[in-house]
Design a protein around this ligand. Structure first.
Ligand SMILES: Nc1ncnc2c1ncn2[C@@H]1O[C@H](COP(=O)(O)OP(=O)(O)OP(=O)(O)O)[C@@H](O)[C@H]1O
Ligand SMILES: [Mg+2]
Length: 387
């Protein structure tokens, strides 16, 4: 789960990482009153989960309350790389003397944690990494030892930060590591990590990705964003469904993680023939596909407004296909209107597949189409989604 900058900064503050004073606003008037409270020049920052906001004009300085209101009016509703800014962070303007870069991430290729630090932070870090890779220090972090003061100082030295700020930066690096570990994050990135003329070090930006798989250890639910389908994931979790929201149009329901993963691939592949239709989600209903589980699954998938067709792909094993078919029929009845809203393609194979198909055929549901092979089912689901 990706966090907004303001949420990342709230986590930072909880772990003692210095951040500018500020708050999030969803209206220009609210932005104004935050600026009044702060009694200082502020920066109005578009809250979108994508980078390059500065370059897109989503980061705007404002000397006082009325300009803050005007800038917020300009930024709220702004489209930045297809992300609409619904809120702005209004925070105290800090004049950065220097801008550094610091990040921790899970490096899956190297199967380790990785720290990245650079003396050349700011808005062009991607370019620095591409044109002068030596300026971006990369160091694997031992997960048991983590980042202590000594390691943090080594990072600061290797990145050739000015000697007089290394101690302060190291202190922040240690705390950012605490954010990484204690919040179960997959990514903690600060760009810029600003150093002020009087030697203070603070996070002017923050990007955090939390590991949703570790969500049960935290109270991170409040950080979920309904506008991004994260609300759907929370609802699915409460129903004990393994559901992951994706960005496409074909809802996918299957039994067994492996089967669902390959269904996603097959749908994406078939979708290329229909203007790039893609899977809308991952949903594994596991072994016991009772009518209730199937109803919950269909209801969850259909609650996603982006879904235009649904593919139910089940390989009958211990739970036989006739039981699954009964579940689908009962589920659609339970869902009423919502069950009728979009086409559902069902592919059943394995144990009692014939009987399952017969049950679906007999039910004559107007929206259900039964297809025998996985490829054909994916193709039909993609075609219906594109229609
Ligand atoms: N509170 C602040 N006070 C003064 N300047 C700021 C403040 N916040 C941000 N800036 C300036 O605006 C620039 C861009 O801000 P920020 O890094 O938050 O957004 P961004 O462009 O989206 O970054 P990225 O591309 O890394 O996601 C910073 O490099 C910094 O120079
Ligand atoms: Mg930034």
């Amino acid at each position: 789960m990706d966090l907004y900058e303001y949420q990342a900064k709230e986590l930072f503050a909880r772990h003692g990482v210095p951040v500018p004073r500020g708050r999030v606003a969803s209206t220009p008037e609210e932005a104004r009153s935050i600026a009044e409270e702060l009694r200082a020049p502020v920066v109005v920052k578009a809250q979108v989960k994508t980078g390059g906001r500065g370059k897109a004009g989503g980061i705007r300085p404002a000397p006082g309350p009325s300009s803050t209101e005007a800038e917020a009016r300009h930024v709220i509703g702004m489209d930045i790389k297809r992300h609409i800014a619904r809120t702005v962070l209004v925070e105290q303007a800090t004049v950065p003397f220097e801008e550094y870069y610091a990040a921790y991430l899970v490096d899956r290729a190297d199967r380790t944690f990785l720290a990245m630090v650079s003396a050349r932070g700011g808005m062009d870090i991607e370019e620095v990494a591409a044109t002068d890779p030596g300026a971006l220090v990369r160091m694997p972090i031992d997960p048991v030892r983590g980042v202590d003061r000594e390691i943090a100082l080594e990072l600061a030295a290797r990145a050739a930060l000015p000697e007089d700020v290394r101690e302060a930066v190291a202190g922040v690096l240690v705390r950012l590591w605490q954010v990484m570990v204690e919040e179960d994050a997959l990514l903690v990135e600060v760009n810029p990590l600003a150093c002020t003329a009087d030697g203070r070090v603070l996070a002017l930006d923050g990007k955090v990705t939390l590991d949703a798989g570790a969500g049960f250890r935290h109270d991170h639910e409040a950080l979920a964003d309904p506008a991004e389908g994260e609300g759907l994931e929370a609802v699915a979790r409460a129903r004990k469904l393994n559901y992951v929201k994706l960005d496409g149009e074909v809802g996918v329901i299957g039994n067994g993680a492996g089967l669902v993963m390959s269904t996603l691939d097959v749908v994406a592949y078939a979708g290329r023939g229909f203007g790039g239709v893609r899977p809308a989600n991952f949903l594994d209903i596991g072994g016991g596909a009772s009518a209730q589980v199937m109803a919950d699954a269909l209801d969850t998938v259909l609650a996603d407004p982006g879904v235009r067709s649904v593919l139910v792909n089940v390989f009958g094993g211990i739970t036989a296909c006739d039981a699954v078919a009964d579940g689908v029929v009962a589920a659609l009845r339970m869902l009423g209107e919502r069950g009728l809203s979009r086409p559902v393609v069902v592919r059943l194979d394995g144990n009692n597949a014939e009987a399952g198909r017969a049950i679906l055929a007999a039910a004559r549901h107007p929206r259900v189409r039964v297809v025998t092979t996985m490829d054909d089912a994916a193709e039909l689901a993609a075609r219906l989604a594109a229609a």
